[in-house]
Design a protein around this ligand. Structure first.
Ligand SMILES: Cc1ncc(C[n+]2csc(CCOP(=O)(O)OP(=O)(O)O)c2C)c(N)n1
Ligand code: SF4
Ligand SMILES: [Mg+2]
Length: 298
C-alpha cells in the first residue's frame, strides 16, 4: 500500500480554495488528481466541489473543468467522451464528479444510462451524506438518526440508500469504495480506475466538519472511525469479484470491528439520536458488513 510519501509531489489544487477548514472532500480531491494527472477533464454540478473549484475566471484547480446542471453530470461526461473521440484525442481521462445529492438523488438517471452504455469515463461520488452546499439538507445518502435542517425534530428515520448495490447491478468494469482518511488506498484505486476502460464508479466517503458537527481538526479521525466500525467498508469489485482492501481487510482478518457508538458520539449530528435508533443503526451496519464479508476472499 502506497503511503503519502510515495505519492507524486505535483499538486493540482493550488493554495486558495474556498472550502471549510478540515473538509474531507478537499483532502480526497488532492489525492484523486495526483492519481489522474493533468490530462483530466472534470464535469461537475453545483456542490461543495464547485466551491473548491472557485468562481470563473479564477480557480485553484490545475485541470480542465466543465460546470453542468444537477441531473446531467453523466450526460455531460458522455458528451465530453464523444467530443474527444471525434477530435481524435485519446489521452485524456473524462471524470464526472458529484456529491451524494447529485448522485444518489438527482444524477441517478443519467448515471444509470451512461453506465449501461459502458461509456468510457470515471464517475466519482464524494459522499458527505447531505446537501451541504445549501446548508445541510437531508439526502437519500444521509444515515439513519442524523440531524439535518430538513429533519430537525425527529432526525432521519430511514437508513442510507445502498447505492453501491445499484451501481454493481450495472456490471461495471471497476467499482471501488474509499475514504479521504486513507490516501494510499484512495490513490491506488484511482490509478487502477484510470487504467481501465468503460464506466468506473468510485464512492469516496468524505467527512464534513460543518455538516457533521465535529472540530475541523478531527476529519481524519472521523473517517478512520467510520472504517474501523464498518460504517464505511473499503473494497473494490472487478469482474463480479469483491476484494476488501486496506484497513477493512485487516479488520475482517482480525475480527476487530468496533461498535458504532464511538463514531456516533463524536458527531453533533447524531446527538439527538434515541437509543433504539442507535441499535437499529448498529444492526444495519452489521448486516452490510456480513453481506460484503460473505462475498470477499480473505
Ligand atoms: C436543480 C437544482 N436544484 C437545487 C440546486 C441548489 N443546490 C446547489 S448545491 C446543492 C447541494 C448539493 O448537494 P450534494 O450533491 O450532496 O453536494 P454537497 O453540497 O453536499 O457537496 C443544491 C441543492 C441547484 N443548484 N439546482
Ligand atoms: S460544507 Fe462540508 S463538504 Fe462543504 S466545503 Fe464545508 S466541510 Fe467541505
Ligand atoms: Mg453532499
Amino acid at each position: 500500500m502506497a503511503t503519502t510519501l510515495d505519492l507524486p509531489g505535483e499538486e493540482f489544487i493550488l493554495p486558495g480554495t474556498r472550502t471549510c477548514a478540515g473538509c474531507g472532500l478537499s483532502i480526497a480531491y488532492r489525492y484523486i488528481l495526483k492519481a489522474l494527472g493533468p490530462k483530466t477533464i472534470v464535469t461537475l454540478p453545483a456542490c461543495c466541489l464547485t466551491i473548491l473549484h472557485g468562481i470563473y475566471p479564477k480557480t485553484p484547480i490545475a485541470v480542465n473543468a466543465v460546470n453542468n446542471t444537477f441531473a446531467s453530470t453523466a450526460a455531460s461526461a458522455t458528451g465530453l467522451v464523444a467530443g474527444l473521440k471525434a477530435r481524435g484525442i485519446n489521452d485524456f481521462t473524462v471524470v464526472g464528479m458529484a456529491g451524494d445529492g447529485g448522485t444518489f438523488d438527482m444524477g441517478i438517471q443519467a448515471l444509470s444510462g451512461a453506465a449501461e452504455r459502458q461509456t468510457d469515463f470515471i464517475y466519482i461520488c464524494y459522499d458527505n451524506e447531505a446537501y451541504m452546499n445549501t446548508g445541510v439538507q437531508r439526502s437519500s445518502a444521509t444515515p439513519l438518526g442524523a440531524y439535518t435542517t430538513t429533519t430537525p425534530v425527529l432526525t432521519k428515520q430511514q437508513p442510507k440508500k445502498n447505492f453501491l448495490k445499484i451501481m454493481e447491478a450495472h456490471n461495471l468494469s471497476y467499482l471501488a469504495t474509499t475514504c479521504s482518511s486513507y490516501p494510499g488506498d484512495l490513490y491506488e484505486k484511482f490509478l487502477k480506475a484510470k487504467n481501465k476502460k468503460g464506466t468506473r464508479f468510485m464512492h469516496v466517503a468524505s467527512p464534513c466538519p460543518a455538516g457533521w458537527g465535529y472540530p475541523a481538526s478531527d476529519t481524519v479521525k472521523i473517517g478512520r472511525l467510520a472504517v474501523e466500525s464498518g460504517v464505511v467498508i473499503l473494497y473494490e469489485v472487478e469482474g463480479g469479484e469483491l476484494k476488501l482492501t486496506g484497513k477493512s481487510l485487516n479488520i475482517a482478518r482480525s475480527g476487530r470491528k468496533k461498535r458504532v457508538n464511538e463514531y456516533l458520539e463524536a458527531q453533533g449530528r447524531f446527538s439527538k439520536m434515541p437509543a433504539e435508533l442507535v441499535e437499529e443503526f448498529q444492526k444495519e451496519v452489521d448486516r452490510n458488513w456480513d453481506d460484503v464479508l460473505r462475498r470477499a476472499k480473505l
